[in-house]
Design a protein around this ligand. Sequence first.
Ligand SMILES: C[S@@+](CC[C@H](N)C(=O)[O-])C[C@H]1O[C@@H](n2cnc3c(N)ncnc32)[C@H](O)[C@@H]1O
Length: 380
Amino acid sequence: MASLFEAHPAEIRLLDAGAGAGALSAALVKRLGRDKHRPKGIAVTAYEIDREIHPALERTLESCRAECGRAGIEFSATLHGEDFIEAAVSLVRGDLFGASKRLFNAAILNPPYRKINSDSRTRRLLREAGIETSNLYTGFLALAAKLLCENGEMVAICPRSFCNGPYFKPFREQLLDTMSLRQIHVFESRSAAFQQDEVLQENIILHAVKSPEKPQSVIISTSSGARGGEIEERACPYADVVSPSDHERFIHLVTRESDEVVRLKVARFTTPLTKLGLEVSTGRVVDFRAKQFLVYEAQDDTAPLIYPCHLDGGFVHWPKPGGRKPNAIRVTEQTQELLVPRAIYVLVKRFTSKEERRRVVACIYDPQRISANVSASKTI
Ligand SMILES: C[S@@+](CC[C@H](N)C(=O)[O-])C[C@H]1O[C@@H](n2cnc3c(N)ncnc32)[C@H](O)[C@@H]1O
């Protein structure tokens, strides 16, 4: 992440929001200390709400000071123990009323991830700063972007979930309107980057520059996520990563030539599904929440419950007696909203087991082949 910063300002004013023990700031200071174009000064502003980590963070900042001393770079550090959202919103609000508070020309982040409830104080605060988002990490990124000066750089490691989907659209609009993407690094493995923390997230590293001007291309790079793993890079036209005609502002991360073939094929389908009379949804049943209603064998008061194991050779084969998964769900008042009417459905599963040749498998739920009036499908 430290290696991605490109500009060489004489004074680096670095924001590290959610600094933890300061690993990211330390990495950048180390790199800059050895750089050909060494800065004159580095000023780190770290926000870390967890006071228990402060001693470790202070030690890291002290070693940054020593490192800078050896390299002849002036160093200063400010550690804030308050909520970054709270602090940054008041800075941004100050900005709206005139005083320019675009303090930073660099931001390095590994923000916390958490859903923000729509009626929470955090959500209200973000709204006051003109940010509409439902996750803490996008709140951090949006605020960091607002606190950057023109041509300031941001490098962040975060989930890739913001790249598509309707919930993140306001965030994408804001990000893409104010920042210009330079590189996105995709980790192939969901678990490798945060192995010790058991975080099962698809993570990316984002490098963006605060500028309305977009470059010709964006580097999309990829590696397994294992330490020292090989990195492959592709320079993708900016318009292929974010199509200028796409109102959703999806960010396409095509890491391989073979994926590009798929992207081009999918791009040919220009008609929205709603116009074709098709609706898409995830399965309604979250099985561990509906445990008391699940049964292994269908009975008179149950509906078929479809798991990936029922998808086979283009059709849903139900029931699957003797399997590990329940075959049915009780039809009661509490389960009504989990059921769907008897009709033709196409079920798609995207998490495939090792023996499956394809990553995405689609099968038809044909009510002629299954005797039931309603049915339910697990989230797959
Ligand atoms: C994913 S960790 C990253 C730590 C560090 N940057 C690193 O990469 O090792 C996120 C950090 O943000 C801190 N944090 C969470 N919510 C915060 C908030 N509202 N304001 C400031 N820090 C926060 C957490 O305590 C945690 O240390």
